[in-house]
Design a protein around this ligand. Structure first.
Ligand SMILES: Nc1ncnc2c1ncn2[C@@H]1O[C@H](COP(=O)(O)OP(=O)(O)OP(=O)(O)O)[C@@H](O)[C@H]1O
Ligand SMILES: [Mg+2]
Length: 465
């Protein structure tokens, strides 16, 4: 059955159920509410009761008149032909006197339905031939929606309707939520994400959508895997000739016995660059294809871990007149030390490379407020990255200014490797420009198990990979 038909039928059933409940409750419920008095009010009966009360007034006075009218929560006023109030149970509002005059002149009773009560004005001729007007107010309301019974009926009727609608909403939204989650995982790099891994049995539009989505995800996975395999194979194939070229160059240099021409140095440098590129490509392909089960996560004491990385980069930084400072919280978290180190290495190397001479690079590390996530931030005071390119710099071979960076010797793979390494931790890595100038790279990943304090031995083991 198509989704349209299901929604239509569900609403239809809900409406019928509601009607049945309303009619059933109002027909068969015997409970009487305060406001029901209005509906039970009968002008003829009221007029004869009031006529008796007026006769009583003439015989025994106002007290007798008031005590004769026994309906609860009512106000009653007795007014004579000269518009004098002869008996009253409260203070009459101003419009009562004109109303009394009106019924005395017309000789007909009048009913006024106000939101909170009903006002009945009735002309009465007493046994002695005197003309009076009596005004009686009956509590409750003349409007259905303001009566408690209406809301009572509605509440009962709403119950089955709400249940049917809730089931309907769940029926529609559950597969959409699953689809959304799968799409999010897929865009986050999890190529194995599927909407319904075991296949869906639904035969409606949502079932079709889930099947189409899963088909599309499978196709993307196939293409990406083929592309990665191609890159890995090419890199692998390039490895052997490059090694032979290195050997041949070394042999040539030895034969020339220190009289190597400048061109040979150039060939040497370019071969080094090529080898580096192939190494990085193989590394990236390995990260993308690798399987990292949660059991292999290792406790890492982040403070000593980061200190050791900073120490390694210290020399490189000081040679180019820059410095690095680390402020990292004392905590132990679960991570893949080798991958984490690779990610921080690449980010720090960029920060040193792109920051001005004499400046300081900062590495901050902490657990977020509820200790669920590790937050590592690397800040420099370089030129930063144009806002529109902040997410592109994590793509392989992306450069903000190709000429300048190609000259700097980078392969353009550093941040792609860092991103893959952090994705393996189920984490995220983002870049944003700092106020003033400089780039901030923020790495976040789940801390999983957070042990209090620092464990030097595991930290050193982790750092020394
Ligand atoms: N701290 C930074 N400040 C300014 N630009 C940066 C910074 N970090 C990265 N970028 C920009 O992002 C690009 C991609 O960085 P990535 O680390 O991936 O490559 P690379 O540094 O050029 O080469 P590799 O890291 O492979 O040696 C860089 O070329 C540069 O344009
Ligand atoms: Mg780099």
């Amino acid at each position: 059955m198509k989704l349209f038909l299901r929604i239509f039928l569900s609403f239809w059933v809900a409406t019928v159920l509601m009607l049945v409940a309303v009619i059933g409750v109002s027909e068969f419920s015997t409970h009487v509410f305060r406001g029901d008095g209005v509906n039970l009010f009968e002008p003829e009966v009221a007029a004869s009761v009031l006529a008796n009360a007026v006769n009583e007034y003439e015989r025994r006075g106002a007290e007798a008149f008031l005590s004769d009218i026994t309906i609860n929560h009512n106000d009653v006023y007795l007014i004579d032909e000269h518009n004098r109030v002869l008996a009253k149970s409260g203070s009459p509002p101003p419009f009562y006197l004109p109303m009394a005059r009106g019924v005395l002149q017309s000789g007909h009773s009048q009913i006024l339905r106000l939101p909170t009560r009903l006002v009945f004005a009735c002309p009465i001729d007493s046994a002695t031939g005197q003309h009076y007007a009596v005004i009686l107010t009956v509590g409750g309301t003349g409007f259905h929606v303001l009566r408690p019974r209406f809301w009572f009926n509605l509440a009962i009727a709403m119950l089955p309707m709400s249940l049917v609608c809730m089931a309907l909403a769940l029926y529609i939204t559950r597969p959409i939520t699953k689809l959304q989650e799968a799409a999010r995982r897929l865009s986050g790099g999890d190529l194995g994400a599927r909407c319904s891994p075991g296949g869906t049995v639904r035969r409606d539009e949502l079932g079709d959508l889930a099947r189409d989505f899963d088909g599309m995800a499978a196709q993307i996975q196939l293409l990406m895997t083929a592309q990665r395999r191609f890159v890995a194979d090419v890199s692998h194939e390039l490895g052997a000739p490059l090694t032979r070229m290195h050997l041949a160059l070394a042999l040539l240099r030895r034969q020339l016995n220190g009289r190597a021409p400048g061109e040979l140095e150039r060939i040497d440098r370019e071969t080094d660059k090529l080898s580096n590129l192939v190494r990085q490509l193989l590394l990236l392909a390995g990260l993308e294809a690798g399987v990292y089960p949660a059991e292999n996560l290792t406790p890492v004491a982040i403070r000593s871990f980061c200190d050791s990385i900073v120490e390694d980069h210290g020399l490189e930084a000081s040679q180019s007149n820059r410095s690095i400072r680390a402020t990292v919280q004392d905590a132990t978290v679960m991570a893949y030390p080798q991958l984490l180190r690779r990610a921080i290495d690449n980010v720090l190397r960029n920060a040193i490379r792109y920051s001005p001479s004499g400046s300081e690079v900062l590495l901050n590390g902490r657990l977020d407020s509820d200790a669920q996530e590790v937050v590592l931030e690397v800040m420099d005071s370089g030129p930063g990255v144009p806002e529109s390119m902040l997410s592109d710099i994590f793509r392989p071979f992306f450069r903000t200014a190709p000429g300048r960076e190609a000259a700097s010797g980078g392969t353009g793979l550093g941040l792609s490797i860092a991103r893959e390494a952090i994705l393996r931790h189920d984490g995220t890595i983002i870049a944003r420009n700092r106020e003033g100038s400089g780039l901030l790279i923020s790495i976040r990943f789940p801390a999983k198990t957070v042990l209090a304090g620092q464990d030097r031995s595991t930290a050193e083991a982790a750092a020394g990979v």
